[in-house]
Design a protein around this ligand. Structure first.
Ligand code: MLT
Ligand code: ZN
Length: 441
């Protein structure tokens, strides 16, 4: 987003775990800070140096180490790009358990280090469940080999979990063992236009009940997000009739084992929704071809790109109860209006979109420029709202450099103190991605 900048002079691109180990040992001895970097697609500055740390790029470690088509277990170097792993397992009829807009450049090591969520979490769960093993180089150069391919391993503390979501503050992930699910034999999607946000919750309940095991995504975009996606050419715009009176939209994806069965379920759902006495939706557009399937997805996946084309974005990635998604977005807009900041020269749009199934709202404020008045109006306001719901200040993007000061809104003092102790055990010299996740104090 162009918000974070360091001034490193050195980028190292090791080709093997052994080289990573040598680099870390050297930096440990000399007390040099190291920032592990994957595809650099994070949104909270986690892979950007704060000062002049050495950047340790994993991009030259990009080989698949093994794949077992029977179990679906893939072992890969951390620098493998997510899309290339998807392509690798596709001929075996498998898919990666994670998918996100940045798939063309993000790397699996970065995905794991940030515990990235994305679009498939509803179906396949988080990386805490699908990652089976990790190889990690610790700050002093020790190689921690936990690259197991076992589905079950109940032998004491599960250390690898500590590195999932640690954002490179405890060690450098160099290898990942991950369970890839069988590819669905049939996928379809539909976009539904809703007259009111209040219908999203009952709709989600109905959809879960009627689609049950074939439901694979339930994504939300409000009207402002939809309009921006269309303005910037993301996906196929619906017709004027289809969007008339729509306050928000929901994208539903199904993935199942038999096309006819899934299509029948989806058509029954649509019929039931549209013919109800008090319909929850105005209209629904069902993909009729693979191209339409992609362009409906692009309306949702393209929102972040549309946002960045429109202006400078303040991004808040929060978990709050689903029922309060709209109140949080509207409340933020009103708050900015009262501060006199909602006009063409300051904040242009306040929008909400996200992963309904995961209770994860992306609240984006699009402005003409990054201004301290806007920043001060947004924080701590938004974090206080999140805390009032006992929500999370970072649902899936991590803490990085952006939210270290806000960690306490979601974690108790006891938790933070324990996190600091863990950091001290792994990284007593404070060289691993300094200034990220935890404050330096
Ligand atoms: C998304 O779900 O599209 C991203 O996590 C949100 C973003 O890029 O801001
Ligand atoms: Zn997201």
């Amino acid at each position: 987003m162009g918000r974070f900048r360091g001034r490193s002079t050195t980028v190292l691109k090791p080709k093997s775990t052994h080289q990573v180990s040598q680099i870390m040992k050297w930096c440990y001895d000399k007390r040099i800070g190291v920032v592990p970097q994957g595809g650099n697609t994070g949104l909270v500055g986690g892979s950007v140096p704060i000062k002049d740390e050495v950047v340790l790029s994993l991009s030259n470690m990009n080989n698949v180490r093994s794949f077992d088509p029977v179990s679906g277990i893939l072992v890969a170097d951390a620098g493998c790009i997510l899309q290339s792993l998807t392509d690798y397992v596709a001929p075996y009829n498998h898919i990666m358990p994670i998918d996100l807009g940045a798939k063309g450049s993000c790397q699996i090591g970065g995905n794991v280090a940030t515990n990235a969520g994305g679009l498939r979490l509803l179906r396949y769960g988080s990386l805490h469940g699908t990652v089976l093993g990790l190889e990690v180089v610790l700050p002093d150069g020790t190689i921690l080999d936990q690259l197991t391919t076992l589905r079950k391993d109940n032998t004491g503390y599960d250390l690898k979990q500590l590195f999932i979501g640690a954002e490179g503050t405890l060690g450098v992930i160099t290898g990942v063992s991950i369970l890839t699910p069988p590819a669905p034999q049939a996928s379809n999607n539909v976009i539904l236009a809703l007259p009111s946000f209040n219908n999203v919750l009952p709709l989600y309940q109905t959809v879960k009940r009627r689609l049950s095991e074939i439901l694979s995504a339930f994504e939300f975009i409000d009207r402002a997000s939809y309009d921006l996606a269309v303005k910037h050419g993301q996906g196929r715009a619906l017709s004027d009739d289809e969007v008339a009176g729509a306050e928000c939209f929901v994208l539903i994806e199904t993935s199942g084992g038999r096309r006819e069965h899934d299509e029948e379920k989806l058509s029954d759902l649509l019929e039931n929704l549209l013919e109800a006495d008090e319909p929850l939706v105005n209209t629904g557009v069902l993909a009729q071809s693979p191209a339409q399937f992609s362009s409906l997805w692009a309306l949702r996946e393209g929102v972040p790109e549309a946002v960045s084309k429109e202006g400078k974005a303040y991004k808040y990635d929060i978990s709050v109860p689903l029922s309060s998604f709209k109140d949080v977005v509207d409340g933020t807009r009103e708050h900015l209006r009262t501060k006199g900041l909602l006009h063409d020269k300051a904040v242009k749009h306040v929008l909400g979109y996200g992963h309904v199934g995961d209770g994860n709202l992306h609240l984006n404020i699009v402005a003409d420029a990054y201004l301290s008045e806007i920043q001060d109006a947004l924080e701590p306001y938004i974090y206080e709202v999140v805390a009032s719901h006992r929500g999370s200040v970072s649902a899936e993007h991590g803490i990085g450099a952006m939210k270290t000061h806000a960690l306490h809104y979601s974690k108790s003092q006891v938790s933070i103190a324990l996190m600091k102790k863990i950091k001290e055990i792994f990284d007593p010299r404070g060289i691993m991605n300094p200034g990220k996740v935890l404050d330096n104090d």
